[in-house]
Write a new protein. Structure first.
Length: 403
């Protein structure tokens, strides 16, 4: 079989790329190693700007909405409140959401094969040969690697790997009655973030949904490995739940069951394209390392990849030089935002960084509004860079003088 584009991986990045490609009349194969519908380790937060950018995400793919929440410093003494009159994030259940996106791609005309892994890819003169785990092989003019953090496509095209620059997470979903959820998290379903809980180099989260709650902790692997006597992440998780119950932040009835694990990339790969290939989503490392928000970038990069691949096919030029446009476009779209949040994360994870910065920022409505605007709306971070820096220096100096 011969295709114009083979999209490897049918998560948010791959399904979005396949939908936009087929809408342009490109003959597209979408392939995933897991049988669908499949679940994926995730907190299930989707920013409302994603819904604005992809209006075809229908209501039945959304579980519930949250109108904001809080970020607490490690001592739990300082809290940053992020709240709005309108929802700022939607909650989703990945099994349902990802299947919904695949359905959209199939409806547009993509061929979908699940339960089949890509095991090898070889460049030919004008095409690539893709070998599958069932012994079959097929050809395509272009490949989109949307196959997640351990991307086979990235390895085969020599674009690099994420390990050890990864975040490791433990989490669990608990079913709760909506009454209990209303009582603890308000009908507006306020989320909670905890920075550096028990001194870990990372965060804890609580995401209250319609009739379940997702609670997790995550640490940054390269920083964590430098601390010799750090607690095991499983012990951190157990203790985290205990403390949250003691502080009455979550219902006391929650009992630890089977804890799940997951990993995410920390920053983008240097190069996300090569001759005949582009990488999208986790495979490319497009992730907000502070919040773990990756779905927005995965879908946005899938859309951009589809646009550039369509142009490459029209121009009959699938060279790296032509496809470098993809990296320029995604960097222009959300690259600045990733860099900004990576910088904020590094500051917060410094010794006492969380105490200092959360205390300072929590007092300044302007800076909170700017961060909310950058993160939850589709605005270019460049428009806010100087305003943010100036505001931060101002509150920092004010604080120094007070002391
Ligand atoms: C614990 C945890 C919590 C998170 N919480 C959030 C959150 O609340 N909000 C948010 O926005 N993001 C969150 N993320 C990040 C988010 O899950 C990812 O950024 C997002 O799934 C990336 O989408 P993707 O399409 O790039 O990759 P994926 O969703 O990982 O999809 C990749 C697909 O490729 C398939 N595949 C892999 N190898 C092959 C192969 N060789 N052949 C064929 N198919 C293959 C896989 O089966 C998979 O279906 C979280 C991540 C973790 C680990």
């Amino acid at each position: 079989m011969t295709y114009d584009v083979a999209v490897v991986g049918a998560g948010p990045a791959g399904a979005t790329a396949a939908k936009f490609l087929t809408e342009k009349g490109v003959k597209t194969l979408l392939i995933d190693k897991r049988p669908y519908p499949r679940d994926k380790p995730c907190g299930g937060v989707l920013s409302v700007r994603t819904l604005k950018r992809f209006p075809y995400i229908s209501d039945d793919l959304i579980d519930s909405y949250s109108y904001g929440g809080s970020i607490s410093s490690s001592s739990l003494m300082y809290q940053l409140q992020l709240q709005k009159e309108t929802p700022i994030v939607a909650f989703i259940l990945r099994k349902n959401f990802d299947q919904g996106l695949v359905n959209c791609a199939v409806k547009s005309g993509a061929t979908f094969r699940d339960g089949t892994a890509v095991v090898n890819i070889q460049r030919r003169k004008d095409t690539v040969k893709i070998s599958l785990n069932n012994g079959e092989s097929l050809e395509s003019k272009l490949v989109i690697g949307a196959d997640g953090i351990w991307s086979t496509v990235s390895k085969k095209f020599g674009l690099g790997q994420h390990y050890p620059h990864i975040g490791r997470c433990l989490f669990q979903d608990y079913s709760l009655t909506s009454n209990l959820l209303d009582q603890y998290f308000n009908e507006k379903r306020f989320f909670q973030f905890y920075l550096k809980f028990m001194g870990i180099s990372g965060i804890g989260w609580v995401f209250p949904k319609k009739d379940s709650i997702n609670i997790g902790v995550g640490e940054i692997q390269p920083l964590a490995s430098r601390i010799t006597k750090r607690p095991h992440l499983k012990d951190v998780y157990t203790n985290y739940l205990m403390v949250l119950k003691e502080k009455k932040m979550i219902p006391p009835t929650i009992k630890i069951g089977k804890i799940k694990g997951g990993v995410l990339p920390l920053h983008p790969l240097k190069k996300t394209f090569a001759d005949q290939v582009v990488l999208c989503g986790d495979a490319a490392g497009q992730m907000n390392p502070l919040t773990g928000d990756g779905i927005h970038y995965a879908m946005s990069s899938g859309m951009i990849a589809a646009e550039v691949c369509t142009e490459a096919l029209e121009a009959d030029d699938t060279s790296a030089v032509f496809l470098s446009k993809y990296q320029r476009l995604w960097k222009d779209d959300f690259g600045g935002e990733i860099t900004l949040f990576l910088r904020i994360l590094k500051r917060l994870l410094k010794v006492d960084g969380d105490e200092k910065y959360i205390r300072l920022v929590s007092k300044d409505k302007q800076i909170i509004d700017m961060l909310l605007t950058i993160f939850y709306n589709q605005v270019r971070v460049q428009n806010y860079k100087w305003k943010l820096a100036k505001r931060f220096v101002y509150i920092y100096m004010k604080d120094l003088l007070r002391m």
